[in-house]
Write a protein that binds this ligand. Structure first.
Ligand code: PLP
Length: 322
């Protein structure tokens, strides 16, 4: 059961059915991972080689880029900019790049920008992938972390998506089980089979207690997620108000664990994060950690406990940059 026990894979299939109305064949279309990070890396090794191109969002979760570089592929960044709602401009990818592209990464709800994507965008991305023989990898790690009634969709819910797309999901963010190391890749059967081949030579499956815990989380009552998400939304609102108090206007994310805030005039992403850390002890991630397009931004997490968030806001409000 190196790729997940039949009952764990059935629990994932039932989750997809209940949550997204997507019917997956657990034998061919789902593989369990030691956390989605591992699968992102190994799927890349399975699918691409030297001379291929990987289309990778910038800013983005760094593993997409590093995995492609390890496979010897060229990375073509897809800039995510505020004026395009942090969605890549699919029409601007040069034809020559598309011809060599084997894999495209999308991640919504997005780390680090907090942006979300809708059906229309996913349809255009799928169409592009289909026409160019690209495997579209959608990282949905934050698919169940959403606020104010917003419900992220699955790319696998689109007609024909399984012809060229896979989706990564994870118990880390959905069920607050990041330390347990359990994730899934679902969708295109050839890609799922390819990642199984790579993993079959690298790991020997999941600790049965983690399998049992993951299954319990997937099959349990999902109602608590709304209460958990309401806690994140409350922190989000506190942080946005705190930032506004020092003149920073950030967009309010509908989903994900992150606020993507522009830095004040006169700072870079790094100088702002460094000064804040040194002078107040509050830690924001400089946007450039996620790629060059992150310049001018910091990422702020809502996963920090309430009392720490309140303390951080007080310190920022008292801060006089020197
Ligand atoms: C966008 C994104 N994808 C994947 C992961 C990896 O999650 P895990 O390996 O815990 O499933 C993370 C973790 O931070 C993430 O932010």
């Amino acid at each position: 059961f190196g790729y997940g026990t039949p009952s764990l894979l059935a629990a994932v299939a039932d989750y997809y059915k209940a949550r997204f109305e997507v019917a997956l064949d657990p034998k061919r279309e789902i593989t369990a991972l030691l956390g989605s990070k591992e699968g992102i890396f190994h799927l890349t090794q399975a699918l691409i080689q030297e001379g291929d191109v990987a289309l990778v969002p910038d800013p983005g979760y760094p593993v997409y880029r590093v995995a492609a570089e390890w496979a010897g592929a060229d990375v073509h960044p897809l800039p995510l900019r505020r004026e395009k709602e942090f969605l890549p401009d699919l029409d601007s990818i040069p034809h020559e790049v598309l011809r060599r592209s084997r894999i495209m990464w999308l991640n919504y709800p997005n780390n680090p920008t907090g942006a979300v994507a809708g059906r229309d965008f996913y349809e255009r991305a799928l169409d592009l992938a289909r026409r160019n023989n690209i495997i579209l990898c959608h990282d949905a790690a934050y698919g169940d972390v959403a606020y104010d009634g917003y419900r992220p969709m699955s790319i696998l819910a689109l007609d024909g998506a399984r012809g060229c797309a896979v989706e990564f999901s994870s118990v880390s963010k959905t069920y607050n089980m990041a330390g347990w190391r359990l994730g899934f890749v679902s969708g295109n059967a050839d890609a799922v089979s390819a990642v199984r081949k790579v993993k079959g030579n690298i790991d020997s499956g999941i600790f049965p207690a983690v399998t049992a815990a993951g299954e319990a989380a997937l099959r349990g009552d999902q109602a608590w997620l709304a209460a958990r998400n309401a806690i994140y939304a409350r922190r989000r609102d506190w942080i946005l108000a705190g930032l506004a108090g020092i003149g920073i206007r950030a967009d309010s994310p509908k989903a994900s664990l992150y606020i993507w805030a522009p830095v004040p005039d006169g700072f870079t992403a790094e100088s702002f994060a460094d000064s804040l850390l040194e002078q107040t002890g509050v830690c924001f991630s400089p946007g450039t950690f996620f790629g060059g397009e992150g310049q001018g931004y910091v990422r702020i997490s809502v996963a920090t406990p309430d009392d720490r968030v309140r303390e951080a806001i007080q310190r920022i409000r008292r801060w006089k940059p020197s």
